[in-house]
Design a protein around this ligand. Structure first.
Ligand SMILES: NC(=O)c1ccc[n+]([C@@H]2O[C@H](COP(=O)([O-])OP(=O)(O)OC[C@H]3O[C@@H](n4cnc5c(N)ncnc54)[C@H](O)[C@@H]3O)[C@@H](O)[C@H]2O)c1
Length: 339
């Protein structure tokens, strides 16, 4: 492959615009030749604002373009698997936003097509590239805290999404906690073999009526014996609460929330600091650049990208196990979940 990677971006909504901007301005080894969105006006607006030459409504135009090396699939979740299959058939390398799909059979079929085509695939589990979490990962690999015994992940959104979104999202475990499931196995470097969930509706009864929970706590058991917990809430009134701690035989490593600045006000009443960065576009902005950079570098170096198809599949299995655990109020072994 040439020194530069030419990319087409499929889907120019919230996350597609962000990735397109990073590919245009923050990753010198990449260029965006075209964007596609079924809402042509969205593709056109994105192209105009970033100086991209071509905007189309039909992703096939991009897939048929021989000058394009790779695609970034940033469209709605239900389009990911068919677009992965079409991109693989067209011989394009693929960056795809999470999740590939909510159905394991659909995921497996898409991964099979990728394997057959021999193209590279990276999934958008961006939090792995967050400098805080990445540093924890490095500390664990350096052996700085010895053998990990306990993992604690806190992951709370500042406000719930619209109720129409909740209805089609796949539920808290597959929509929100999926990132934390990925983080858990990424940090500990082992698979979860069993989990137990308690969940409730503490934020908005409408979420309960839509068949979901808005508050949940999950206990995890990893192969090798490490234990973990993840707590999620759809509403933390003080902002996006994203913290991790790993406790081990030789110590503990943890990370706090990022704030817009590091000032602290101390008076006779209290010591105050800034609220956490409000939501994922603020808190994780660096991680989105770094994940895309890693994808482009993998293509240039002809090596497998850092977040694989298996990494895409396992958190969906864990999400399904979590749903089953909540429904049946019992610990569920991951091996109980079949495609
Ligand atoms: N990794 C993360 O942190 C993160 C954050 C947000 C969203 N996401 C994922 O990114 C995806 C998009 O989310 P979003 O918030 O940007 O949604 P969005 O609704 O803002 O944008 C999706 C866009 O895709 C377009 N689209 C739909 N079908 C298409 C098709 N077949 N071809 C081309 N375009 C098509 C829509 O018109 C829309 O403009 C979702 O799968 C979501 O789970 C990931």
């Amino acid at each position: 492959m040439a020194r530069n990677v030419t990319v087409g971006v499929l889907g120019t909504g919230r996350i597609g615009k962000l990735h397109a901007e990073h590919l245009c301005y923050r990753i010198p080894e990449a260029q965006v030749a075209a964007v596609a969105d079924v809402r042509l006006e969205a593709a056109q607006a994105c192209a105009a604002s970033l100086g991209i030459a071509k905007a189309v409504a039909d992703p096939r135009v991009i897939l048929e373009d021989p000058t394009i090396d790779a695609v970034a699939i940033c469209s709605s979740t239900d389009t990911h698997a068919p677009l992965i299959e079409a991109a693989a058939a067209a011989g394009k390398h693929i960056f795809c936003e999470k999740p590939i799909a909510l159905d394991l059979g659909v995921i497996d079929r898409a991964l099979e097509k990728v394997k057959k085509a021999g193209v590279k695939l990276q999934i958008g589990f961006n939090r792995r590239f967050d400098p805080n979490f990445r540093r924890i990962w490095e500390r664990l690999r350096e052996g700085a805290i010895g053998e990990p015994h306990l993992l604690r992940i806190t992951s709370r959104d500042p406000a719930p999404p619209p109720i129409e979104y909740v209805r089609v999202s796949g539920g808290l475990f597959l929509d929100m906690m999926i990132h934390d499931f990925d983080m858990a196995r990424y940090l500990i470097g082992a698979e979860v073999e069993e989990l137990y969930v308690m969940g409730g509706v503490r934020v908005d009864p409408a979420i309960g009526k839509a068949g979901d929970v808005d508050t949940a706590m999950v206990v995890l058991k990893f192969t090798g014996g490490c234990l973990g917990s993840i707590d999620n809430s759809r509403q933390a009134v003080y902002g996006y609460d994203q913290r991790v701690e790993v406790f081990g035989s030789k110590g503990m490593v943890s990370t706090e929330n990022n704030t817009p600045n590091r000032t602290r006000l101390a008076t006779t009443e209290a010591v105050q600091e800034e609220l956490p960065l409000h939501f994922f576009m603020d808190r994780y902005i660096d991680s989105y650049v770094l994940e895309m950079k890693a994808f482009i570098e993998s293509l240039l170096a002809d090596r497998q990208p850092p977040v694989s198809g298996l990494d895409a599949r396992v958190p969906v299995v864990m999400g399904k196990a979590a749903k089953l655990s909540l429904e049946q109020n019992r610990p569920v072994r991951i091996s109980e979940i079949r495609a």
